[in-house]
Structure formats: structure tokens, C-alpha cells
Design a protein around this ligand. Sequence first.
Ligand code: BGC
Length: 932
Amino acid sequence: MANKIFDTTEFAKVARQAVAEGVVLLKNEAKVLPLKEGTKVSIFGRSQFNYYKSGTGSGGMVNTRYVIGVYEAIEQDGSLEINSNLRNTYERWIEDNPFDAGAGWAAEPWFQKEMPVTKELALEARENSEVAIVLIGRTAGEDQDNSNAKGSYLLTDDEHQMLENVTKVFEKTIVLLNVGNIIDMKWVAKYNPSAVAYIWQGGQEGGNGVLDVLKGKVSPSGRLTDTIAYNIEDYPSTRNFGDSKRNIQQEDIYVGYRYFETFAKDRVMYPFGYGLSYTSFDIISNGFAVEDGQVKVSITVTNIGDYKGKEVVQVYVAKPQGKLGKPVLDLVGFAKTKELDADEHEILDIVFTNYQMASFDDSGVTGHKSAYVLEEGTYVFYVGDNIRNLSRIGTYNIGRTRVVEQLSEALAPKLDFTRIKPEAREDGFTISYEDVPKATEENYELPKCEALVAGDKSYKLVDVLDNKCTVDEFVAQLSNEELCAIVRGEGMSSPKVTPGCGGAFGGVTESLIEKGIPTCCCTDGPSGIRMDSGKKAFAMPNGTLLACMWNLDLTEELYQYEGLELRKNKIDVLLGPGMNLHRNPLNGRNFEYFSEDPFVTGKNAAAQLKGMHKIGVTGTIKHFAMNTQEAHRHTVEHVASERAIREIYLKGFEIAVKEAGATAVMTTYGSINGYYTSSNYDLVTKVLRDEWGFKGIVMTDWWAKGGKAECGDSTDMAAIVRAQNDLYMVTQCAEDNTNKDNLEEALEDGRLDKSQLQKCAKNICEFILHTPTFARFIERNNTLDIDLANEAEDDDTEFDNIIDCRIDESGSAKLQADLIKTARNSSNTVSISFKERGDYKLSMRVRSNAKSDLAQIPLSIFKDKELVKMVTLTGADREWQNVEVIFENCAMTFFMRLYFAQDGMEIDGMTISLAKSKEEEFRLMFARMGEQ
Ligand code: BGC
């Protein structure tokens, strides 16, 4: 990207390219794809009417200007001919079977009812067209896992019937999966369609990217970042998934291909790293060199087909089994070529480190407890285009077991359980079990130390920047009240920052602002910027799709645009990327996350951060750590070995911190080995800060709990601060302690030390020094040259319905609440006319009717175009509460707009009344003047 111009047209081009590169083609018999210009296609599947741009929940709530689904893209492009009879049949059926939005947060259906496709209908379509395109759509998300049920992981009966009838009569059927996550694929063998591709959820440009692949403008170069097995039961985590209390990770480090390649090769339908292209490539190793703890591999890739295209090259290592036991293969490097013409080649250099090849000894069996070790033996390197198509590069011998990094015990489990270990057999490995080493030490808490003391020297935060004082001296001035307030983030939709954003932090009270701490802004999320005010933003392709590109440069470029959009909206921190592992295909949030592999995960998160950092903003890596299921996410305890935690679950985060300098982390709702992550000192301080050198802020997830696993409590801020989780997100008013946390009380009774609070305050202040908000606040270097191009500023209000409200002499009018649409994305406009000028007041009652306590239900209230108030309920707000909004200085009819960004709010008792009459004000004023 040449200069910093926020141009949504350019943003869209990059996103479109990303979608095209993320499409994973699994089957392409008889080269049915790409389609020739003018091919007549019949498009089956109702997702042609409702393309899923993302999954659901906080990571999907981006208000977009447009969404181009697959149908729209084909139609607008015009180079393929669409069978309009079939489309008309669907349109008629859709009239009686409209989109079912479900009951709001966490209760959106996983799929939409499919139109039955009879043999006759398929035959009729076949008479009209050569090729069938079948679209299958799925969604899931926050608070709502997938399920091993028809309509979620499995196909519905209608979808089976559609595939059966279509594939019977069409020789050429292309199935496109518009899903957030891998699904059951057994139907491929049953119906044998000619082509099958995962097109994922591609954001607002999704359909366009897919079109480029269908037409052959782009040769598919997406590769799976997950292993697709035959059955959900084949994933070893399935039996320990979804429990409400405890999730024992018996499969240990054997997640995804680490399990399948070691123990169950025959259960794999599509291997990790797999994906087809329209061309073919020759991948040849030019050898490797080992120097300074690094292995450098050189590879020549030649396009030996007759189509231009890109190739993904993957490097794996097979480590010796040693005493620890190892997966048979680990991914240690990858790279993607540029677009190669036929016969063209490119040399790729891939470098990986000893540390990447090392394994963590949590028991001491190698003689080096709590260390990353390279066990003695032969390390074999392989290169290829997926884990099942590898050639040997060479071997490297380690004579004696070496310690690569000596650490100390952290996060070890306290419960007795066993874990998987490979046992060698003649023909491979079988599963054996061993006891998991238990914690020998208690989790520590942040040591109390001498509190920083200094009188009020009237330092402002800018003085730290100007080296007039240290951050210690600055923080030493903060009173106990200020320290308690600064660790409380406010939200959602705080009026102190960009409307509709997730959180405000830093200068959340007047006195903190007086000390020169501005109020910074953060908001969701992994699929683009979420502003519940209804403001539009760019909807990004989902995390899984982006990872399937295996193109980190493109991700970085895409996230520079995201960075510009953040700056434009005065947002310092994006609440993303999400980077938990796809431990099991049923996790509802897999769409936000990247892969079953920690290396792929870490590299993708790092690329997103690098892109945003170029623009001076950052992202929050979340959810730290082990958010591998949404069911019972507030209560479930993840029990795992220290080895699995370090080698698998934390590894991606470690890469993002060490390689991209991540400065913001969000902990999870759940707990790990006895402690809520928000209060887990080992996790948040010992590993993150002390071992990895993280410098930045750690925030809780929204309204999370703290404390020990058995007694989590969202008011236990003392436990959260003691772990050095700096920010509690979110409370309504930090100054009034609306969350009723225990900070003041704990300071008094000694459960919390002032020095511990000061440490968090320091982290927050140091972070703020580098934010755009701070630059604006001190009016220095705040002129990032962001030109806006091609964008209508902003926001085209959609008037769904205008409700008339006239206020007569009585000065008050009731509004029928049932006229107000409260469904997700509803915008209601009420025209308010009156006899008397003055301030008018809207009074009403609101409550949640959401199923989940963690639902986020925002309502934005505007006077004409001006946002006057935002109300955000959580799912747990089930009691009626009063809301009052004053519209000042109303001189003539105005439009009140109520915008609901999510389902789940009930409203009642709406009245608009005169609060202060202008005439009365004038009368009193003149009367006073007369008296003088
Ligand atoms: C989610 C987070 C999100 C936050 C703010 C939580 O429910 O788990 O990922 O960033 O809400 O919307």
C-alpha cells in the first residue's frame, strides 16, 4: 500500500483477493472448474439468498454498506448465464419461507430451511443448463457452538435430497460450502459431485472472491488449516467437549493432524494443508543449512501446469520419539509463491528455529524438568504441498539431549488425569496413556512491593513522554480512588468514546483526565469494526478463511486497511484477532479463529498485528487462553497438562507477542487448571510478561469472573489485579463502581496492595502513551495523513418505517411500543411534532428477553442524525428498567431514530413529553429582567 489513503474501493479489492485465495478446492473432477465464459448455470440452495458473511455474536456484528454473496456476484458480473427459471422458483418459495433470524443472540439458527429439490425440478434445471452450483450455508458463533446434528455439522434431509437429485441429473455439479468451520463431508463420497470447495464466510466481498475462482481469474490456492476426518467422533477431543464443569484435555498435544497423523491416518478424509489448484507445481528442495540455532531451507517451486497460479509450500519436522513422545509431524514453516505463469519458478527460503522444534518437558523425564528440550536423535525435515504429500529434505542429528530454554513450572494441573502418549508398534503408533505431571507449586500472585510514594507533583502523563518524570513518578501521584478507577474499563457504548464501541479505558474519570490521561477506545472485532450505533464499517473475511490463504503478506496488507478504518473512527484497539485453536470442529467461534495448528495461528495473528501497527493502532489477541468451546464458557474449567498448554494452546499467543510485539491481550471467561484466566498469575504475568517479555495491557473479557475456578466472581477485582490483569471490562461508571467490585474493600483489609494496583496503572499508562488518542489529546504528531476516498461520509440512514407522533397541548404523547421493530438491525424512525418548543423527554422501560446471560443488546437513540444515548443491556437484565432521554432545544418537528443492533430487547411504556418549555423559559427570563 503506497500511501495512507483510506479508500474503501481499494480495501474491497484486497478483501476480494483474500477471499479468492482463501477458497479451498477439495475436488475438481474432469476439470469442471474453472467455468468458461457464457456457461449456463443453475444455482441451487437457499443460501443464494442469504450468504453468510460471518458467524454470529460479537465477532459478527459489523454493519456493512453491502454484502455481495455468490449469487449477486455472478449476476452482477454477467459472464455466466444464470438459469432464471430456477431462480424464479426459489424466489416464489422464499416468499413463503422468509429468512428466519431466530431469537437473537446465541439463538440464531445454524441453517435456513432448504427448498425441497425434487427430481423433476433438477431435471427441468438440467434441461436449461450444463452446470449446477449448489450452495450450502451454516452459521454458529459466540455463545452458540455447532452441534453434531442435522443442520449444523451434518447435512439436513433436504440438503441430502437436493444433492442426490442434482448430482443424479447433472454431470457437472459444484458444491460450495458457505460455512464458518469445517463440516461433515461424508456426503461427498455418496453423491460424488464433480467439484467441492470451502468458500467459508468471506465478509462483504465474499461472493466476488468466489466468482474469481469459479471463472478462473484466480486459480485456487487456499489450503486447509484443519484436518477433516470422517466422523466427529474421530476427533479425540469430542469426548471431552462441551461439559459444563470441566473439560479434561486428555488428547494433550495431539490436536488435529498431530493426532491423526500419529494414531489414526485412516480416519482422515482431507488432510491438513490440502487444497487443489487449476495447475500443478513441482516442489524441489535445494537443501538446507543449520546455523545459529536456525534451519534454513531453500525450495524451488515451478509451475508445471498450463494455468497461472500460486502454490503453498509447507515444511514439517519429524522429531525423534525420545522419552517425551512426539507427534509424527509438526509444521515448522510455510510460504506462498507469487502468481507463477506456466513454466515459471520461484525460489523460496523458509527459516525455522531450534526453539520451534523443541518439546516441553513437564515431568522431568528427560532430566530437564520445565525446559524446552531437543531430545537426542534424528530430526527429519520434509517439504510438500500438504501433510500427506511430502518429500524428504534431509535429516539433522542431535547427539545428546539439549536444553533450548530452561523455564520454571507454570500453569500445571492440580487434578489427577491421564494423557495420550504414542507407543511404537511395527506399523506405526498406538495410543497409550500416562499420568499427567501435577503442579508441585501453588500459582503465585503478584508480589506486594513497596508502594510508589510521591506527593502530587502535578505531573501530567505527557511529562513521561518528555522525560520530565518517570512513569513510576507519574503513577505515584494517583490516589487510591484514581487507581481503583483506572483499572475499570467502561462500556459498552460509552459516551466517552466513539459511539457504539465496546469499551473505554484510561481517562474514565474527570480527575484522571486532569492528570493528562485521555479516554481510549476499543471495539470488536475479528470480522471488522463493530459500532452498535449502526455506523457502517468494512466486513472482513473470517479468520479461518484468512488462515487458509497461507499468505501472510496479503493479511498484513488487509489489516493496514483495517488500521486506517480504526484511525478514521478514532478507535485505538481492535478486539481481535481471535486466536484459539480449533481443538474441535464444534466450537462455535472457530470461524473467528485460524486453525488447529498453533504455528499457523500465531503467524496469522502476527501478520494482522503488523498491518495495524504500521498505521499506529493495534489489535487485542484473544481469548487468552483455551477458549475452545462456547458452551458454559463462563463456568467451564479447562484441565490440561503444562506441556499441552505451552506447546499448543499458548504457542500462537507467544508468536504474536514475540514476533509482532502484541501490546493488548484479552483473557477468557473460563478457567485453566484451577484459576479463572483473568486471575491467573502464571498465565498473565509469569508466562506472558516475564517469560515472553510482553509489554502492554491485559483486559478481561466483558463482565468476566475472577478468582479460583470453584468460586468465580465478577466482583472479585482484587484477584484480577493481583494477577496483573490490568483492566476489568466493563463497568458502566468507573467512578461510581457500578460493578460493585471489591477493590476499595480489598485495599482496606489487605487482600490487595496499593503497589499491585500501581503496577496495573503503569501498564495502562504506558500503553496509552502510544495510542492515537494520546497524540490527539496532547495535540502532537496526531496528523496521520488519512485521506478519505470514495466514501460517502457517513451514514445513510435506512428508514424502515416512519411512525407519526404528535404532541398536543397536554405536552405528552404515548407511543405504541409494538410499532417499534426491535429485531437485529432494525432502524425505527419516529417523526415527533409538537405545539410548544422546548426540551422533550422520551421515557420507556426496557428489559432483555435473550436466552443467554452474556448476550449484548444495544439500542442507539438518535435525534435526527445526532446520537443522543446508547443503552446496552446484557442478557441477564431481565427486570424492567427505566430509560430516559432528553432531546434538547426542539424547535420544530424532529426525527427520533431507534436503532437495534441485536435482537433481544423488549420495550414498553413509551412516552414523549415536554420536559422544559422554551416559552416558559422565556417568560421566566423576561419576568426576571422586569424585576431587575
Ligand atoms: C466476547 C469478546 C468480545 C467482547 C466485547 C465478549 O462476549 O467474548 O470476544 O470482544 O464480548 O464485545
